[in-house]
Design a protein around this ligand. Structure first.
Ligand code: OAD
Length: 246
């Protein structure tokens, strides 16, 4: 392990266009459950029901109950962890090119990273599907105490900014992420199972364009064979060891 960390330190020292590609595992140490892996949310909730746009459009009560019981309480109190702050440090050092995240919790921005591409949207941004009015998570949670699904003052239905299965990814974010993958010199996967596409196509794009590929994830991923270094450990622990000279 120490050898891999020294190798990664060397790669980081010679890189100045790093893309940090984060998944649910990166926010796990902020108290937010992952979807897959030990205790993952999708072992309790079927994503084809609770996170599917077709089901949502027919009957959004599943989604809103999931939001009320599982997402709001943890995301509301979650704070950035050490890993988030290492990425801010890398930005200050002029090494970080972009954060590309599948996370919808806004913790990279809260930590202080300025260039964050959100591939799967942001759950803190809630809109009326009829008139477009914005609501905060707190306002929506209050509404959920009274009625599910929650309604806008115009009577329209609300939706969080999270991309659900069956929905296209935000076009601009997807194009920017592809560009970032093409132009980086180090593509650093942090806490992602790399099974959900098109997000999971990014490591291959980076590798094809000559970047080093490093995967830090507790469980193995389908892209491990392609990677220059794989570290099966906590992403925040490994990043902290690198920055603190461990
Ligand atoms: P997953 O839940 O699929 O994978 C999280 C990965 O993080 C697992 O492989 C764990 O082994 C690993 N992990 C857990 N704790 C970790 C830690 N402290 N350090 C490092 N690794 C850790 O999450 P994503 O890959 O982000 O999309 O999932 C991709 C998408 O699937 C999500 O954005 C979401 C989900 O369904 C939608 O809902 C559209």
């Amino acid at each position: 392990m120490d050898e891999k960390i020294s190798e990664l330190k060397k790669i980081i020292s010679t890189s100045d266009q790093i893309v940090a590609f984060t998944g649910a595992g990166f926010s796990a140490e902020s108290g937010i459950s992952t979807f897959r892996g030990a205790g993952g949310l999708w072992s309790k909730y079927d994503p084809d029901i609770y996170a599917n746009i077709n089901v949502f459009m027919q009957d959004s009560t599943y989604y809103w109950n999931f939001f009320k019981d599982e997402r709001y309480p943890v995301i509301k109190k979650a704070k950035p962890n050490d890993g988030h702050y290492v990425l801010v440090e890398l930005e200050k050092l002029g090494k970080l090119y972009r954060v590309v995240t599948q996370n919808i919790d806004g913790l990279h921005q809260e930590a202080g990273n300025s260039d964050v591409i959100e591939l799967h949207g942001n759950t803190r941004k809630i809109n009326c599907l009829s008139c477009g009015k914005n609501y905060t998570m707190d306002e929506t949670y209050k509404k959920l105490q009274k009625e599910i699904p929650p309604k806008c003052s115009c009577g329209g239905n609300l939706k969080t900014g999270t991309v659900l299965f069956g929905e296209p990814l935000p076009q601009v974010a997807l194009e920017m992420a592809k560009l970032a993958a093409q132009n980086c010199d180090l593509f650093l996967v942090l806490g992602s199972s790399l099974v959900v596409y098109p997000a999971a196509s990014m490591p291959r794009i980076a590798k094809k364009n000559g970047a080093n590929l490093v995967i830090i994830n507790i469980d193995p991923t389908p892209m491990d064979e392609m990677a220059d270094i794989v570290i099966n450990d906590s992403a925040s622990k490994v990043l902290s060891a690198i920055i603190n000279g461990g």
